[in-house]
Design a protein. Sequence first.
Length: 180
Amino acid sequence: MLFGPGPDGPDLLLTERGPHLRAHAGQVSFPGGRIDPEDTGPVAAALRETHEEVGIDPSWVEVLGEFPPLYLGPSSNAVTPVLGWWSGRHTPEVTSDFEVARVVRVPVTDLVDPANRFTVTTPVGYTGPGFDVADLFVWGFTAGLIESMLDLGGVARAWDRGVQRPLPDDMLTVALRSRR
């Protein structure tokens, strides 16, 4: 999770995953990926992947912390979130167009705005937090982690959890395919 200075306060860097990826194609995520053999751990992997995917040099990132690994049942992966502050010295851009379709900096003020919040529902029983920001439908692990960070950071605002939006059909198809 990479935060940085935006024109109107801090923002959060999000990516839209490439449409041809085997898992989670087209979904909103954070830069990152698997730990490679040359990585010394989750932090090194996060910095390397961020550089590969969006062109941010690791020396421009202050690592603020590493969270305990979180197991994701649908994909059978453990994910170790890494929190960083980016200096803003470079405009992030898609540098791996197979992995990333789009890079978006979302102001934290948009993420805490109750008008941009809803509960995502699916026909298979999943419900969870959702965000409608920067023309992105943010849900699943990414939305849950954003919600947790806003709560931990003390900036979350109350929102109407009764506002529900179904997961769009195209995202549902990808989500179900990713579970196989």
